[in-house]
Design a binder for this molecule. Sequence first.
Ligand code: AMP
Ligand code: ZN
Length: 287
Amino acid sequence: MKAEEIEKKVRDTLKKIGISKKDKILIALSGGKDSAVTAFLLKKLGYNIEGFHIDLGIGKYSEECLKKTEELCENLKIKLHKHIVKEKKGVTMCYIRAAIKSFPKYKKLNNCAICGVIKKDILNKEARRLKAEYLATGHNLDDELQTFLINLFKGSLKLSANLGPITKGKENKKFIPRIKPLYYIPEKEVLKYSKIKKLPVNEKKCPCAQKSYRIETRTLLEKYKPKEKIQMLENFVKFMEKLNIKRDKIKYCKICREPSQRDICKNCELLGVINQKVDSKIYKKTQ
Ligand code: AMP
Ligand code: ZN
């Protein structure tokens, strides 16, 4: 794909989902290529954006992510909000994960799954606090295809009911709609674009990332060309519209009152576990 094609696709995606140039969009910036390209393109297209970075406190990796994010926001002249986990929660993500996994029930939980739950909670709360109309993430076409297949293989197609470049929680005012401007851009194209535009990005993978169903699905999709993947995702979106599966009504977590699919949200469940019993040996190991 040429750079202009990518720009046109992103412009069309945003137009189709009805984002106005006046709406405040908070971009979740990880320091990686996907969110960097998202910020670059939204700025280029004239959207009203600010950046938001969660510093997870994962040693040198997180230091580099923060550095690249700061550089990107400086270059693009956008405001950057930083959320430092160690300052807000008193401990780093490494500690939080290790402490949760010290409980037999959670021993087998994937590192990325735990981190994902905690990041999602922070992002929604902070986007709301900062009065953003939308929260944008760097999810690309490959991420979305993988998610669809994972949900299909697990028999949880209901989780794909919200498939598409915008996730709304219409009846829920506490939920900030999430948008994915790179929804129809294959990962390889995002990488190419980030290189052409010489965007500051951390190319290293998170040292805590573990083998997962997602990585296996990614391998499965490797043999398809970008054009085939675009077609596949478009077909899946149409297929889901035809099925018209309704997601469960969103409730409010009984502890934190945040929007949740269950009575107690996953964030409260996991953090609640470590607040009840902290294994000081693990704390020392992860510092
Ligand atoms: P991941 O789940 O790590 O593949 O990340 C998906 C998207 O979540 C990224 O493209 C970012 O938009 C956002 N994200 C991930 N990590 C962070 C972070 N540390 N701070 C802010 N946003 C993040
Ligand atoms: Zn909760």
